[in-house]
Structure formats: structure tokens, C-alpha cells
Design a binder for this molecule. Structure first.
Ligand code: BG6
Ligand code: MG
Length: 219
């Protein structure tokens, strides 16, 4: 049940921007170095998942085990390559309708926050030029418990000073929908209804809200 939306909290990867392709290129490169192939289907399992958990899934796919030290080094190498990709991003990579929808709701007094597992979120927002569209940014550097734990969204609500019941989360990952519901917030799935079954409603992308609510005016 979605109450009046006083704050909107957005996941980053898959909602505002499609960084999954860059994560994939970097993980694939790491897998190759370790001597195995990593497919796009395997990559689906990494969406919304923390960096270290992603590495564990990758190693499981390759049938490898590494020491904790080697794991830390491997995750850092992957991140170096990933950062090379994202520092080349620009505003053209913002997903359709995302910036417009953010401007639209902000103009109507709705507070906005980012709630992402990524430690690279601030860099990505800077590259896209949309940092000013968020009143709060809660990312992987600020929280210790990964989605489906509600920590990231509860912290965002706290930073915005809005009660959870008046927040709506926009998420493309099942674990993120679960986290939003556990936080007592409304949950809008961005993606396919058959995957995001628990969401209060599911849209194909933020562009759809601009059409549904006829908020086409230039902002
Ligand atoms: C999430 C992505 O947003 O961030 C995951 O969906 C990623 O695929 C996670 O692993 C952590 O990102 P980063 O940038 O801290 O490695
Ligand atoms: Mg996501």
C-alpha cells in the first residue's frame, strides 16, 4: 500500500543508469584472468548484490576458492577496471525519463534520495551531472548490511527527515523490493512484473511515470 509520497528513494544501477554492462565487462575480465568464462546469464545473479558477494558468486561459477587476501585483491582489481569505464560515462547514459521524473517530483516538494549498494555511486552521479537532484545520497560506503536488509533505505529516510511510511522506493532488484517492504515503505519495481512479484506496482522505467501522470512540461 503506497501512502502519500513525501520522499522518493532511488536505487542507482538499473533505475537511474545501466551500469550492469560495465560491471559485467570488469567481472568477465577478472574471470578470464582466473581462467574461466563468465556469461551474461551468470552476470544476472550479481545485480543488486555487494562487491564481495558478487566476487563469491563469480568464484562459485568458476569452481574456485581463494584466500581472503586474494579475494580482497581480486575485488580491488575488478573495481579498478570498473572505475575506468564509469569515469568515461556522461549524461547521455541516464536512463530515459529518470532526470525528468526527479525534477518533476522535486518541483512538487517531494524529497529525493539515492539508496544504492555501490561504493562508486557518488562518482557515477558526478559523471552524469545529477548530484544536485538528490537531497541525500546513501551508498555502499555508508551502510554495512546489504539489501534485502532495509538499512540503506531507513538511513536515507532518516537523512531526509521523512517517516518510512511516507517514502516510496524505486528498485530493479528483488532484494531491493524486499528491503523497501521491510523498511515499511512503498515499493515500485522497475523492470519485469514476473521478477518483481512483491512490489506494490511495477513499471518498465521511470519514463513511464512521466507519461502516466502527464508530466511532460519542460522543467
Ligand atoms: C549495486 C549493483 O548497485 O552495486 C551490483 O547492482 C554491485 O551489481 C553493487 O555489485 C556494488 O557496487 P560497487 O560499485 O561498490 O562495486
Ligand atoms: Mg539496481
Amino acid at each position: 500500500m503506497i501512502n502519500e509520497m513525501r520522499a522518493a528513494i532511488f536505487d542507482l544501477d538499473g533505475v537511474i543508469v545501466d551500469t550492469a554492462k560495465y560491471h559485467y565487462l570488469a567481472w568477465k575480465r577478472l574471470a578470464k584472468e582466473l581462467g574461466f568464462e563468465f556469461s551474461e546469464t551468470d552476470n544476472e545473479r550479481l545485480k543488486g548484490v555487494s562487491r564481495m558477494r558478487s566476487l563469491e558468486i563469480l568464484l562459485e561459477v568458476g569452481g574456485l576458492t581463494l584466500s581472503d587476501e586474494a579475494k580482497t585483491a581480486a575485488a580491488a582489481r575488478k573495481n579498478t577496471w570498473y572505475v575506468e569505464y564509469i569515469t568515461r560515462m556522461d549524461a547521455s547514459e541516464i536512463l530515459p525519463g529518470a532526470a525528468h521524473y526527479l525534477r518533476f517530483i522535486r518541483a512538487r516538494g517531494v524529497k529525493t534520495a539515492l539508496g544504492s549498494a555501490s561504493k562508486n555511486a557518488p562518482t557515477i552521479l558526478e559523471r552524469l551531472g545529477i548530484t544536485p537532484l538528490f537531497d541525500a545520497v546513501v551508498d555502499g560506503n555508508k551502510v554495512s548490511r546489504a539489501k534485502p536488509d532495509p538499512e540503506v533505505f531507513l538511513r536515507a529516510a532518516h537523512e531526509l527527515g521523512i517517516p518510512p511510511a511516507s517514502c516510496v522506493v524505486f528498485e530493479d532488484a528483488d532484494a531491493g523490493i524486499e528491503a523497501a517492504l521491510r523498511a515499511g515503505m512503498g515499493a515500485v519495481g522497475v523492470g519485469r512484473p514476473e521478477v518483481l512479484k512483491k512490489a506494490d506496482m511495477v513499471i518498465g522505467g521511470l519514463w513511464q511515470l512521466n507519461i502516466l501522470f502527464n508530466n511532460q512540461a519542460e522543467l
